[in-house]
Design a binder for this molecule. Structure first.
Ligand code: PLP
Length: 408
């Protein structure tokens, strides 16, 4: 008898986006002439940088000729891309990461979701709240949680990010084996300083733990004092894996290219306490289950590191950051406590006593603006909404005028 993985039954259906869609559709039916502005999505809206498009086209043209055609490439990614990543994203910032520690993939979603496969099912996992849901759901699927009770899964350690701790979770009391961190954060937009990140690295080193550090929004960091990579912290290469993506950095959400850094120095332990190299394990997993990102896409990603590509991607991110600044200032001026919107495309807004769905409904009904209710990201998001800066300047400006008028 073919039987189901019972762990899947523990998953909470993702009602969030279905619920949002239903409420938006109803509003549109009742207000057929209203142009709804969607600031709920975490997807980019602007075209790929010109340098990427040119390299993408050239890559496609190479595939049209027998002499330059490429079939399967290395599963870990072409050397031309891995070398640029190592040099510009890490070595240039004093982080000693080499090209063969980079694994190119088709997305940070897959990598952050798949990485937990390497670990035993009875490890203690620490997950932020609110959270990018992939970390949570993939651990549920793998059977690392008990039942869902009072808004939380038993067996997990939740790292609360609240106003009281400035949206930087405290170190867990219990000893945890696997820790997910995401900075700049989705959904809160909070950033982490070197001093605080150092504490996490020390915790991991003292507890033989591993940090999975999601830096998908690294390109939005403009404050030079903030770390862009966990490997800027001494000793992190022995206890941390880092995920990066070209999705938000260069508009690749539909093009698909990302990478994961697994330093050779990073060790985990077998049941006898013997050390095992994480790099070899991930290499085995990646090359068994993944067949590489397409050649033209890797050429397009490589162009991010060219002189013109760097200027264009910076301009692209600056465009969204200006949107974020407009949103942040509007919500601040209206008397809402906010975090994010600086060094991040997301603004996390306290509803001043409203719950997140009430706030969502108010912005939709009074302003025709869609946001994301924080409750969808965890228990700690219940009183917040997330507003995304990924939209056109015109739409952001129009949305802010509407919100101001609605809340007058
Ligand atoms: N990590 C975080 C925190 C994200 O918010 C997202 C996308 O929204 C991803 C990873 C996924 O990135 P990718 O498009 O590379 O799969």
């Amino acid at each position: 008898m073919i039987r189901v993985n019972e762990n899947y039954k523990k998953l909470k259906s993702s009602y969030l986006f279905a619920d949002i869609a239903k409420r938006v559709e109803q509003y549109q039916q009742e207000n057929p002439d209203k142009n709804i502005i969607r600031l709920g999505i975490g997807d980019v809206t602007k075209a790929l940088p010109d340098a990427c498009i040119k390299a993408f086209h050239a890559g496609v043209d190479e595939m049209a000729n027998d002499k330059s055609f490429r079939g399967y490439g290395p599963e870990q990614g072409y050397a031309f891309l891995r070398e640029k990543i190592a040099r510009y994203d890490f070595q240039a910032r004093g982080a000693d990461i080499s090209a063969d520690e980079i694994f190119v993939s088709d997305g940070a979603k897959c990598d952050t979701g798949n990485f937990q496969e390497l670990f035993a099912s009875d490890i203690k996992v620490a997950i932020p709240d609110p959270v990018y849901p992939v970390y949570l759901d993939t651990n549920i699927m793998a059977g690392r949680t008990g039942d869902f009770a009072d808004g939380r899964y038993q067996g997990l350690v939740y790292l609360d990010s609240t106003k009281e701790n400035n949206f930087l979770p405290d170190l867990p009391d219990a000893s945890c084996d696997l820790i997910y961190l995401c900075f700049p954060n989705n959904p809160t937009g909070a950033t982490i300083t070197k001093a605080v990140l150092e504490k996490w690295v020390t915790y991991a080193r003292e507890n033989q733990a591993l940090i999975l550090f999601d830096a998908a929004y690294e390109a939005f960091i403009r404050d030079d004092s903030l770390p862009r990579s966990i490997y800027e912290i001494k000793g992190a290469d022995e206890v941390a894996v880092e995920f990066r993506s070209f999705s938000k950095t260069a508009g690749f959400t539909g093009t698909r290219c990302a990478y994961t850094v697994v330093p050779r120095a990073c060790m985990i332990f077998d049941e006898t306490g013997e050390k095992t190299g994480l790099h070899a394990l991930w290499n085995r997993r990646h090359s068994t289950k993944f067949n590489g990102v397409s050649y033209p896409v890797q050429r397009a990603a490589e162009a991010v590191y060219s002189e013109e590509g760097a200027v264009q991607t910076k301009a692209l991110v600056s465009y969204y950051l200006k949107n974020a600044d407009l949103i942040r200032h509007t919500m601040d001026d209206l008397g809402f406590d906010c975090v994010g919107g600086e060094n991040s495309p997301y603004i996390w807004v306290d509803g001043n006593g409203r719950d997140s769905w009430a706030f969502f409904d108010m912005l939709l009904s009074k302003a025709g603006v869609v946001c994301t209710p924080g409750a969808g990201f965890g228990l700690c998001g219940g009183d917040y909404i997330r507003i995304s800066a990924f939209n056109s300047r015109e739409n952001i400006e129009a949305a802010m005028i509407r919100i101001k008028e609605a809340l007058k």
